[in-house]
Design a protein around this ligand. Structure first.
Ligand SMILES: [Zn+2]
Ligand SMILES: [Zn+2]
Length: 416
């Protein structure tokens, strides 16, 4: 099996990996490059972006823009494989964004179940494409359904990690999943986002939730800026608000995102985390004259009980925040680079909505290096190829004395 990293050897966004065997081409992910990083621009890849596609397919690990964002640029007859719940979440996101960005109209068409080139898979249910046998394994990440793949061909196997972490709500079963569905492998193509933060003690999602609960108990009136696709965080905030006995406010779009998981029929949908308490359901904001409705009764209720409002940086929410009662505490629960002025990912609107005196409460969606050690001990690979990283040499410094780490440049291949 030949592995080619078309992009992502020296940057965090836009990873594209190819597995090739006897003329069959299995690609993994085709997303956007991240703002702020180095750019390689449009890719020109034989058997993917053009040429003969009769023995090609694309697997998508998860619905973050840096993994799925550019699939609309690919030929329409390229078979695409995506997980069931992640597809539903992306459809919801694209329906929400289609009026702002026309790319999402195309995304809806590509991911429609009536598209004959779309194939949906489920965790733990292997499928084949040409000579490849693919085992999808869901790992915890800041996107709800993030897959790693064990890719096997004629007795050789590679584990493609996708984005993952071991400090999330759904990480407890991580070692069990690896031993049950993956075992040992010849090669690992590994995300290495947090390689420069290898000393950082990782705050678990559970500990972050406790911090939110304490904050909501101490402050009655809370506004949290959080990504609507970070569904674990949405549920975490909801339960923290319930425990602090505050009202939980959100708009229809965010509620739909949460409902997708509740109603997904996946094993996670049955857990307490992904369910609403009958006695304290979230309050979904109503509209009136193109703004959120705020009447006296609503204001009284908010003033009396206190609240946690999930907000987004736009004039609709800015206007709501001004009209609801209380001395508000604002929180940023996403990467701080979005509001750091010299960062190229700087989001002026977010910084403006958030103001000066906000509290930063967040934890990474990516794996820390100690847990990475544990993963490699389980997988016992002969070769490790880091991708999704801006510091591959640092990755080699950490792991190179125990494992064979191969650093490629974009477009280079290795026989595995
Ligand atoms: Zn991701
Ligand atoms: Zn990513």
């Amino acid at each position: 099996m030949k592995i080619t990293i078309h992009r992502g050897t020296h940057q965090i966004g836009g990873c594209v990996t190819e597995y090739e065997h006897e003329g069959w081409h299995l690609f993994v992910d085709y997303g956007e490059e991240l703002p702020g990083g180095p750019k390689s621009g449009d890719l020109f890849v034989e058997e993917l972006t053009h040429g003969d596609l009769s023995k090609s397919a694309l697997l998508i690990t998860h619905n973050h823009g840096d993994h799925i964002g550019r699939i609309t640029m690919l030929p329409k007859d390229l078979p695409i494989y995506m997980g069931k719940v992640g597809r539903a979440i992306q459809m919801q996101l694209s329906r929400h964004l289609k009026n702002v960005d026309s790319k999402h109209e195309e995304m809806l068409e590509r991911l429609s179940l009536s598209n004959p080139f779309l194939n949906v898979f489920e965790a733990g249910k292997p499928f084949s494409f040409g000579p490849f046998i693919i085992m999808p394994v869901t790992l915890d990440h800041s996107a709800f359904e993030a897959f790693a793949f064990k890719i096997e061909v004629e007795g050789h196997s590679t584990f493609h990690t996708g984005d993952f972490r071991t400090h999330g709500f759904r990480s407890k079963k991580f070692p069990e999943l690896i031993s049950k569905f993956v075992g040992t492998v010849d090669c690992v193509v590994c995300e290495a986002t947090n390689v420069l933060r290898h000393d950082a003690a990782v705050l678990s999602e559970r500990d972050l939730q406790c911090q939110f609960e304490d904050a909501f108990k101490a402050n009655p009136y809370n506004i949290v800026y959080v990504a609507s696709t970070n569904i674990d965080r949405l549920f975490s905030l909801y339960h923290a608000a319930v425990k602090a006995q505050r009202l939980f406010l959100m708009d229809r779009y965010q509620k739909h995102m949460m409902d997708l998981v509740v109603e997904s029929g996946s094993i996670w949908g049955k857990s307490e985390l992904y369910n609403f308490k009958v006695e304290s359901k979230p309050m979904v904001l109503e509209y009136e004259n193109k703004e959120f409705r705020v009447n006296d009764k609503f204001k009284r209720k908010l003033a009396q009980k206190g609240y946690v409002l999930l907000a987004r940086p736009n004039s609709l929410f800015d206007n709501l925040v001004e009209r609801i009662p209380g001395e508000k505490k604002k929180y940023l629960s996403m990467w701080e680079g979005y509001v750091t002025e010299d960062s190229e990912a700087y989001n002026e609107k977010l910084a403006q909505s958030l103001g000066e005196n906000y509290i930063f409460m967040h934890t990474s969606g990516h794996c820390d290096m100690n847990s990475m050690h544990e993963l490699f001990n389980m997988l016992q690979p002969k070769t490790i190829i880091p991708i999704h990283t801006d510091a591959p040499n640092e990755f080699e410094n950490i792991f190179g004395n125990k494992w064979r780490v191969v650093i490629l440049n974009d477009g280079e291949s290795i026989e595995c």
